[in-house]
Each structure stands twice: as structure tokens, then as C-alpha cells.
Design a protein around this ligand. Structure first.
Ligand SMILES: Cc1cc2nc3c(=O)[nH]c(=O)nc-3n(C[C@H](O)[C@H](O)[C@H](O)COP(=O)(O)O)c2cc1C
Length: 504
């Protein structure tokens, strides 16, 4: 596609006059390849190389819209010419992913051109590390990797840990089934995450950072490697960054393709070159992590929030969101939904707005049955709770903890018992096997659930599953085992009659 545009711009005499940018994911990738023509912001979907000559002639040169390439609403058939008019985009606040449509991720100049690295300069030359830390604490930035733990408090623990040598780490593993927002922002705007990481390292007093990310995306790897190289060439990494006297560099490590390697202590073992097995939680990685040095781990999206907090201030940041959840959240929207893709909304947006206004509702005129957040360790809630706001605590309270932000939509035909079985099947393969409650518990639950799904369930099965789930939650070593039963518990809470019908 890019080659087709290059060729066509050349042949229509526009080479050097039109700035062509191969960008990352815009959000509505389902309708890709997408093409946006600025400054009008004309948005074309499902573009093919054979459409390129017409786009260049009609739109770039003639300022006319090619009607057949314009977005058309699947339900009403209504057309929208500009990106900001499309319902999927219109109701979002794209503070983090919005620049994906404007920059070429392989160009540091593009990132600098939209104000990139200004926050780093502000931190290095205008703020003491303690002030940076204070700003992040005041912003009440909560970790986006699942737990929602306040980033500032974690940074402070690592900063205050007695060992002199400290590390900062990006968790880019993104193993949660149905999650794809981290790779969208990391691939499409890698310098944003890197800038957040360097600012964090400065605040914490770390001189070595690690990026732990997916091994299975060539583009992601390529864009991260290139961003690191460019940052070094531009004095943004290495010794004496921008002449500030602060030294910091980053090493990239790839996951080994198993889910548990995204868990903090397992991830750190993996970086050390060992098996990614979790350790008990009483040893905090922020005090004793990689090679037993204080190590601060944050998710990709958590780091991506940092530059705007430093640039615009905590007061601006806390003006977005709810009392306990500040800023925006990126959501991977998938399942039985008209518009699937990466969505970014302020905390406080209701699930109804996400599903119907942005997602366009349920395809085929079917009814919404349930929403599932948080992948294999998350929970499902019924349609009746659709007015719950996107908020760490509100969602946890109703039984659908947000996890990293994978939101799966299920229509009226979904078998909830089968759904619980699906997640347990996934976890059977992913439990590292180190602790008995997780290793054996998941196997036993899966056996009972499989019998129930086959119509071979027995009276007392539900109670046995509940007992096993209680033991697993109390005695497993890490959150995988502790929360592996959450999809089961959620479906038992809200859809118990489906289990009973299957058994009886
Ligand atoms: C089994 C398991 C898998 C996890 N996978 C990820 C992951 O892929 N990405 C992530 O950011 N956090 C993951 N986590 C959470 C991390 O342990 C950790 O809490 C998080 O990276 C901290 O970053 P945050 O405070 O910015 O959220 C996982 C946790 C468990 C128990």
C-alpha cells in the first residue's frame, strides 16, 4: 500500500510535496487498511492498492471525496467523511493512542514534531527527581496492567529501597486473552512509552531499564529496536542525557510465549535468563526484583501516561476520570460487537457508552447477554449491569475487574458454562505448575466443568467447584492461581441457572 502511494505520488508529480506516513494502528483496525488525508482528516476504510491512484487524483489533488471508500454505519447506513465524525472515534478521548494516526513510528522527528520528549526535557531541566515523583503521586496514576496499584507509591518504594542499583521495566508481555491495546500503542508510538520510562528512571534513580515484550510481533520488535537506536543517536539515552548529567539505557528482552511470564516476579526471573516462575508475594519486586535489586515494573500503558502528566501537570490529569480512577483507559473491544478495535475513553464512561455508542452494539440484531473483562482471570457480568462506569473499583465490586482492559462482548447465544470452560482450558496450559493448588485445582475444575458441558454433571458438582475455588484463591502462589477461578465464580454468581440446567 505504501509503495503504491509512493509510486502514485511520484507519477502525479507530488513527490516531496505530500508527506506520506505509514502509521500504526488507528483503533478501528477491523476496517483497515485505513487512510487519513490531512488537513481535512478525510477517512477511508478497506483501502486497496488499486484505489490509490483515485485517492491521489480525486482527494489529494482535487479535494474531492471518493464516496465508495468512506465509512458507512453498519446499522443506519449513514456515511461519515471525517475521522472525528465516525461514532467509533467521536465518543473517545484519545490522549494516548490519538497520535497513532499522525506519526510514523519509525521517525523520531515525527514524535518530536508533535511535542515528544518535551516532558523529558522539562523533568530533567526543570524538576528534581522528587518533584517528578510527587507529580505522579498527585496524579494518582494507577497501574494499567491489572492490579490498579498506584504507580507513584511503587516508584517511591523502589526509590527509597536501600540498594543503590535500581531497575525500571516495561511490561509489554500483554498475554491477557483478548488484549491488544498495549501493542497498538507500543508499535504505533514507541517513543511515547520510552519517554515515560526515561522520566520514571530519573524519578526513581535507575540507570538501567528493561523492556520485556512479545516475541511474536516482528513489527513491534522492529519499532522498539529502532526507537532505542534513534533515542541513543539523539542523546536521549546513554550517558549524560541531553547534557543533564543523568545516565540511563535500556535493554530489550522477549517473552517466552507463556502467559505467566507477564507476572511481575516471573517476568524478572525470565529477564535473568531463568524459568519464568513466580515467587511468593511477601518479597516485593520493587524492593528485591531482578538480581535481587529494587525493580519497578509498570505496564506499557502506565508508562505511556507519564509524559502527559509531567507536561500538563497532575491537576490537569486528575480533572479526567472518576474519584478513584484518573485519566483515560485503553480498551480492546472484541467479541459479538459491530466495531471491534482499540478504544480509549476517560474513566467514568459507562459500559453502555462503550458497547453501543462506540462499539455500535451487537451484530445481527441480537441481544447483549454479558460482558467479560480481564481475560482468563477476569469476570463476566450480565447485561443488567451495563450502566456500571469504567472504574477500577466499581468494576471489581460488580465482579468484572478490568484486568489490563480486554473487554469481550457476548450475545444472547453465548453458553456461559462453555465460556468458563474455555478460560480454564487456557489456564490449564498456562499454569507454570510450581504450586499444587493452581496446578491441580485448575485440572480438577476443568474435569468437572467438562463433564457438566457434556451433560454428565452430578448433583454436588457446583459445591465441589466452589470449594476448590476457595482453596485455590487462598493457597496459590501468584495471582494466576488466586484468580483463575474468577470467570467460574462470576458465571456461577450471575448465570448459575445455566449450570443447574446442564446438570439436571
Ligand atoms: C499470570 C499473570 C500474567 C500477567 N500478565 C501481565 C501482562 O501481560 N502485562 C502486564 O502489564 N501485567 C501483567 N500482569 C500483572 C503484573 O504482574 C504486574 O502487576 C504489572 O505489570 C504491574 O504494572 P502496573 O502496576 O503498571 O499495572 C500479570 C499478572 C499475572 C498474575
Amino acid at each position: 500500500m505504501i509503495a503504491a502511494f509512493e509510486k502514485e505520488l511520484e507519477s502525479q508529480g507530488l513527490a516531496g510535496k505530500v508527506d506520506l506516513r505509514a502509521t500504526g494502528c488507528h483503533g478501528l483496525c477491523e476496517l483497515g487498511p485505513n487512510v487519513v488525508i490531512y488537513p481535512e482528516e478525510i477517512y477511508y476504510v478497506h483501502v486497496k492498492p488499486e484505489d490509490v491512484a483515485e485517492i491521489v487524483k480525486e482527494t489529494v489533488q482535487g479535494k474531492k471525496v471518493v464516496d465508495r471508500l468512506v465509512y458507512s454505519d453498519p446499522a443506519s447506513g449513514e456515511k461519515a467523511v471525517h475521522l472525528s465524525e465516525i461514532p467509533f472515534y467521536k465518543y473517545q478521548s484519545r490522549n494516548l493512542i490519538g497520535n497513532n494516526t499522525r506519526i510514523n513510528p519509525s521517525s523520531i522527528d515525527d514524535y518530536i514534531g508533535i511535542g515528544g520528549y518535551a516532558a523529558l526535557a522539562k523533568a530533567l531541566f526543570g524538576m528534581k527527581p522528587e518533584q517528578v515523583l510527587d507529580e505522579v503521586k498527585k496524579a494518582n496514576l494507577r497501574g494499567r496492567g491489572g492490579g490498579g496499584f498506584p504507580a507513584g507509591l511503587k516508584w517511591e518504594t523502589t526509590r527509597n529501597a536501600p540498594e543503590k542499583e535500581k531497575y525500571v521495566i516495561v511490561n509489554g508481555h500483554e498475554g491477557e486473552p483478548g488484549a491488544f491495546m498495549d501493542r497498538a500503542v507500543f508499535t504505533g508510538n514507541p517513543h511515547l512509552v520510552l519517554e515515560g520510562l526515561i522520566i520514571g528512571a530519573y524519578a526513581i534513580g535507575a540507570h538501567q531499564g528493561f523492556i520485556y515484550t512479545r516475541h511474536d510481533s516482528k513489527l513491534l520488535k522492529q519499532n522498539i529496536d529502532r526507537a532505542l537506536k534513534q533515542a541513543r543517536e539523539n542523546g536521549l539515552l546513554g550517558e549524560n542525557i541531553l547534557g543533564s548529567g543523568f545516565d540511563f539505557d535500556v535493554e530489550v528482552h522477549f517473552d517466552v510465549g507463556i502467559f505467566v511470564s507477564g507476572e511481575s516476579s516471573a517476568l524478572m526471573r525470565s529477564i535473568e535468563g531463568k524459568n519464568p516462575e513466580p515467587r511468593p508475594k511477601y518479597i516485593r519486586t520493587s524492593v528485591s526484583g531482578i538480581w535481587d535489586k529494587p525493580s519497578n515494573l509498570n505496564n506499557v500503558e502506565t508508562w505511556a501516561n507519564v509524559p502527559q502528566i509531567i507536561e500538563k501537570g497532575a491537576e490537569w490529569y486528575t480533572g479526567i476520570g472518576t474519584e478513584s480512577s484518573k485519566g483515560t483507559k485503553m480498551i480492546s473491544l472484541s467479541g459479538n460487537i459491530v466495531n471491534s478495535g482499540v478504544v480509549e475513553v476517560p474513566f467514568g464512561t459507562t459500559l453502555r457508552q462503550i458497547i453501543f455508542d462506540i462499539g455500535g452494539g451487537i451484530p445481527g440484531g441480537k441481544k447483549l447477554k454479558a460482558l467479560h473483562f480481564g481475560g482468563a482471570m477476569g469476570g463476566s457480568i450480565p447485561e443488567s449491569l451495563i450502566d456500571t462506569p469504567l472504574d477500577f473499583d466499581a468494576l471489581k465490586k460488580v465482579g468484572a475487574p478490568m484486568g489490563a482492559g480486554a473487554l469481550m462482548v457476548m450475545d444472547e447465544d453465548t453458553d456461559m458454562v462453555e465460556m468458563a470452560r474455555f478460560f480454564l482450558t487456557f489456564l490449564t496450559n498456562e499454569s507454570c505448575g510450581k504450586c499444587v493448588p493452581c496446578r491441580e485445582g485448575i485440572q480438577q475444575l476443568l474435569k468437572i466443568l467438562t463433564d457438566i458441558c457434556k451433560g454428565e454433571g452430578k448433583k454436588g458438582d457446583i459445591e465441589t467447584m466452589e470449594e476448590i475455588a476457595d482453596v485455590m484463591s487462598a493457597a496459590s502462589l501468584c495471582s494466576l492461581g488466586k484468580t483463575a477461578t474468577d470467570p467460574l465464580r462470576g458465571t456461577l454468581k450471575y448465570f448459575r441457572e445455566e449450570y443447574e440446567t446442564n446438570i439436571h
